[in-house]
Design a protein around this ligand. Structure first.
Ligand SMILES: NC(=O)C1=CN([C@@H]2O[C@H](COP(=O)(O)OP(=O)(O)OC[C@H]3O[C@@H](n4cnc5c(N)ncnc54)[C@H](O)[C@@H]3O)[C@@H](O)[C@H]2O)[C@H](O)CC1
Ligand SMILES: [K+]
Length: 507
């Protein structure tokens, strides 16, 4: 399930399949409903025995799926009550047909009747809104959902969300009033960005994708999830050290070398042939005492750096971790003028807070910027404001939209860090490295983890990967290394956990 389709893309896929005569809307709705029921029973086999279910059915096709589910559960001996939002007479055609079939079998009450409902259902089916959500949920719907959440909290009730929890924006993962968190979300054909971005993972519970027989070819701009690379992309197949590139990691002054050393070690572990650390001359001794395979070159100032960069074998540069703002402002222009593959992180970004155009004017396509949310806001304040502002009508502005706009403006690859790391290229290609669901790695929230990521990217740049590929692969490796190590992880462990991840890659 590596491609993530937005609401518009899944709608287009569905429309194209129906227009081609491959399938009818009713077929798709039936498969969707059956897929949810199957997923419920395979996730919770104890529920196969039956029980009481409440199905919350909305005014569109998500509600239509709900009526299918109500009928199928009824057929398996469940006691089912549907609570409907809106006038069933105004349902779209396929949903209306399934409402009619359900009406022959069981009871439909209004959502407003929910507070008076008694009993403790074993299963609650959230089929109020899916990919058609375009605005915040009305207050009365939010109150109903919050009431149901209360019921679910009190007992052994399982909540399954149909396609996406109602009130969660499928494109952005932003909350638009989703007050009923799910234990399980069952989505159709492919996952949606909102299952992985922002608050999505917290609200969706577990995520299952059900095949409903659609085919899609959404083109190069579709968002993809990172996945395990084939072994040959990362393993070395021969040659000497100069065949695998030479990274220069610029470091700061005395007492500030830890971050750059972490980056340097990560660059070496990911396979760069050589790595040189460039601290100020007065920090040479302390760095020498901590380094073996990583080489050292004193970098006093910009002219010295320019001379060092005359050596064209230094093919990837890493700046930011522990650099200091003043030194960053001195060295970044020299580095960017050299037009090498360049990773800018930390101080190399925050040094330009308030004057981002001074940086953007010099960036080039071989650069990668790796801001966390704070650094992103300093460089792209208007985009950060849009992310923080309440969403208007339509799909909410997402971290994906923000990273794509930033990459376009900067003219280079931007990796926006988080549990939902988005990597965007200036041409619109984007990849999402999600540390959620089975890839959750909460222990990555530790000092220095970002410096290791910077080093991994720089190392892969040195090895010749294109910027967006280097950033995506490094992000994937970073999470895998953390998962492999587990609780108790500190940044120093990440480069050491990498060989285990690399060994596990398949052809
Ligand atoms: N795409 C597929 O392959 C399939 C999708 N199915 C299901 O259909 C829904 C999407 O259905 P749609 O009718 O487009 O939208 P919704 O049911 O999500 O929403 C209904 C309707 O409600 C209005 N609306 C939007 N936001 C609000 C709001 N905040 N408050 C009130 N009303 C709102 C708006 O007019 C919407 O159109 C998808 O998620 C799947 O569950 C198929 O059944 C299977 C194939
Ligand atoms: K839903």
């Amino acid at each position: 399930m590596d491609q993530l389709l937005t609401s518009a893309q899944i709608r287009a896929t569905e429309t194209a399949a129906m227009a081609a005569g491959d399938v009818t809307g009713l077929d798709l709705m039936e498969r969707a409903g059956a897929g949810v029921v199957d997923a419920v029973f395979s996730t919770w086999p104890g529920l196969k025995a039956g029980g009481e279910a409440w199905v919350l059915a909305g005014p569109g096709n998500n509600g239509g799926d709900g009526y299918v589910i109500a009928r199928l559960l009824d057929g398996r001996g469940w006691r089912v009550t549907v609570f409907a939002l809106g006038d069933p007479a105004r349902l779209p055609p396929d949903a209306s047909a399934n409402h009619a079939r359900w009406a022959e079998l069981g009871e439909t009450r209004t959502l407003a009747a929910l507070p008076e409902a008694t009993g403790q259902p074993a299963l609650i089916v959230d089929a109020l809104f899916g990919t058609g959500l375009t605005r915040d949920l009305p207050d009365e719907v939010r109150r109903a959902l919050a009431g149901v959440a209360e019921v679910a909290r009190d007992g052994a009730t399982r909540v399954v969300a149909v396609d996406i929890p109602s009130g969660l924006c499928a494109d952005s993962g932003r909350r638009r009033g989703c007050d009923l968190p799910a234990d399980l979300t069952v989505t159709f054909h492919s996952a949606k960005p909102g299952h992985f971005l922002a608050d999505g993972p917290e609200i969706c519970g577990a995520l299952r994708v059900v095949d409903i027989g659609l085919r899609s070819d959404p083109g190069p701009e579709v968002l993809r999830l990172t996945s395990a690379p084939p072994r040959r992309v990362v393993h070395k197949s021969g040659g000497h050290k100069y065949n695998h590139g030479h990274v220069l990691v610029l470091a700061g002054g005395p007492g500030r070398g830890g971050a750059a050393r972490l980056a340097a070690r990560a660059a070496l572990r990911v396979g760069a042939g050589l790595v040189t650390l460039g601290p100020t001359p007065d920090a040479l001794g302390e760095n020498a005492a901590r380094l073996d395979a990583v080489m050292l070159a004193p970098v006093a100032d910009a002219p010295v750096l320019a001379r060092i960069l005359d050596d064209s074998r230094l093919n990837a540069l890493c700046l930011g971790p522990g650099l200091g703002h003043e030194r960053a402002r001195d060295l970044v222009p020299v580095v960017l003028a050299a037009r090498r593959a360049t990773l800018l992180d930390a101080d190399a970004l925050s040094a330009y807070s308030g004057t981002p155009s001074a940086l953007f004017d010099h960036l080039h396509p071989a650069c990668v910027l790796t801001p966390h949310d704070g650094e992103f806001a300093w460089l792209f304040p208007d985009l950060a404001d849009r992310l923080a502002a309440p969403p208007g009508d339509g799909a909410a502005f997402s971290r994906l939209d923000a990273a794509r706009a930033a990459a376009r403006r900067a003219g280079c690859t931007v990796l926006l860090k988080g549990p939902d790391t988005v990597i965007a290229a200036p041409d619109g290609r984007a990849v999402l490295n999600a540390a959620s669901y089975e890839r959750a790695a909460p222990w990555l929230a530790t000092a220095g983890a970002g410096d290791v990521l910077a080093g991994l990217i720089a190392g892969l740049l040195a090895r010749g990967l294109a910027p967006v590929n280097a950033a995506a692969l490094a992000a994937w490796l970073h999470v895998e290394a953390a998962r492999g190590f587990g609780p108790g992880l500190i940044a120093e462990d990440l480069p050491e956990a990498l060989p285990g991840v690399l060994r596990g890659l398949k052809d």
